[in-house]
Design a protein around this ligand. Structure first.
Ligand code: CA
Length: 443
């Protein structure tokens, strides 16, 4: 693969699939995308296995691997991807991921023979009949803080005179999150309870969270790991990245405000994280690369965080939206109300810099590890990726189409993240959606 662009025949915008729904306008899953996931047939309980999205269908990789349509490296990759999670396939590395992507592309393209189509059709399941699972067994989850706009907006709320701490432009800041509470889209979660220190009080009370928020992020699944003590060089970092999904880092702002100093977020973040089921590969994202653009123009990163390739091609233009519905809106059949649109291209630190920084001290990443980008707020307030920014710390409520107002989330609220890439001369590809609903607190 040419590192400069990484483009090949699977990115051809003129390519079409014999699966007609892949050509529907606005479809997230045309043949140029082919994201990875795991699924089982809903109600059949026939076991999770790896799959690929095409149009409104799921392509069952286990069934295909058994059918005899694959050979060589693609067959080995498909057999690994037949397991209930993708960790083994993730560990195989970019050559295996590309071999299977290109083989699947050939099977689904309109150039495939009638015999091939007939055989592959047997491995297609409508997405409406598929129950999606978590793509990987996630060993470790780390959340970064790569939007300088988010860091500044949040910093202003806590430190009006000194919003951005001086290390921000030198260190890709992160913290170790909790893997056990990462859930796939479609699973609700209970509002957390915990210690809250009311405004003006000197002692905390125990309460259900009253300032429940979302955070619009991307999730990065690690593919091949690195050995303990062996840092990953910046220009090798993307070879360790299996792909990208949508991620919602649910946040209890009142619990966070009381607990976050001195060691950072703990119970305010680890009660739930939602990811989308489809993982879009770095190969599929190649047409949407762009130069790193920083508002301060900083170019003097330390050497381990700096390369010509990263500067020229390290950013990704992924469009992102946040939508909200309340119980009343759904009862009235009102559509999802979008409250934010932004792009991943505004991030201060690239995905490769996240991986290089995470491992520079010798920390070992493992297949299936999950990295969050941090809240991806853009330069203006309507591009803010969290309610605490959109409502200016809870002071300026949002008004919903039902007439209801929100400063923070109420029980029954449902949040939908979406993402897609489009650029003239390329196909549009999408991430599907990342949805979850807030349920009442347990205590
Ligand atoms: Ca976060």
């Amino acid at each position: 693969m040419k590192r400069s662009t990484g483009l090949n025949h699977t990115h051809d915008p003129a390519a079409i699939s014999w699966v007609d729904s892949a050509q529907q306008p606005g479809c997230d899953f045309p043949i140029q995308n082919l994201p990875w996931g795991v699924f089982q047939r809903r109600d059949a309980g026939d076991g999770f296995r790896g799959c690929v999205a095409i149009g409104d269908q799921v392509l069952d990789l286990r069934a295909l691997a058994i059918s005899g349509v694959f050979t060589g490296a693609a067959l080995q990759a498909a057999q690994a991807a037949s397991q209930p999670s993708l960790n083994t396939f993730m560990a195989m590395g970019p050559a295996a991921w590309q071999a299977l992507r290109h083989a699947v592309f050939g099977l689904l393209s309109d150039g495939a023979s009638a015999q091939t189509r007939a055989m592959v059709s047997l491995s297609l399941v409508p997405q409406s009949q598929a129950e999606m699972g978590l793509p990987a067994r996630i060993g470790d989850y780390t959340d970064f803080y790569t939007s300088i706009y988010h860091a500044t907006n949040i910093g202003k709320l806590f430190r009006p005179d000194n919003p951005l701490l001086p290390n921000y432009t030198w260190v890709p800041i992160g913290y170790h999150g909790r893997a056990s509470s990462v859930m796939v889209s479609g699973h609700g979660f209970k509002r957390p309870s915990g210690q809250i220190c009311p405004p003006g009080a000197t002692e905390p009370v125990f309460s259900a969270c009253k300032r429940l928020d979302w955070e619009l992020e991307l999730g990065v699944f690690v593919g091949t790991g690195n050995a303990l003590g062996s840092p990953v060089a910046l220009d090798e970092a993307e070879d360790h990245v299996f792909g990208v999904c949508l991620l919602n880092d649910w946040s209890a702002r009142d619990i966070q405000a009381w607990e976050y100093q001195p060691l950072g977020p703990f119970l305010s973040k680890n009660f739930a994280t939602t990811v989308s089921p489809w993982v879009v590969s770095m190969e599929a994202l190649a047409p949407y690369r762009q130069a790193l653009q920083r508002p301060d123009g900083k170019t003097n990163d330390l050497a381990y965080l700096s390369s010509d390739h990263n500067t020229a091609h390290g950013a990704l233009d992924i469009q992102l939206t946040i939508g909200l519905t309340s119980e009343a809106m759904r009862a009235a059949d009102l559509p999802v109300h979008n409250v934010c649109q932004t792009s991943y291209r505004h991030a201060y630190w690239t995905l490769a810099q996240m991986v290089a920084h995470h491992t520079v001290n010798g920390c070992n990443l493992q297949p299936g590890d999950l990295l969050g980008t941090g809240t991806l707020s853009g330069p203006t307030l309507d591009q803010a990726g969290a309610l605490i920014e959109l409502t200016q710390g809870g002071k300026v409520p949002l008004t919903l189409p039902s007439g209801e107002q929100r400063t923070f989330l109420l029980d029954g609220d449902e949040v939908t993240l979406r993402g897609w890439c489009e650029r003239p001369g390329t196909a549009r590809i999408g991430f599907g959606s990342c949805i979850a609903q807030v349920q009442p607190a347990a205590i």
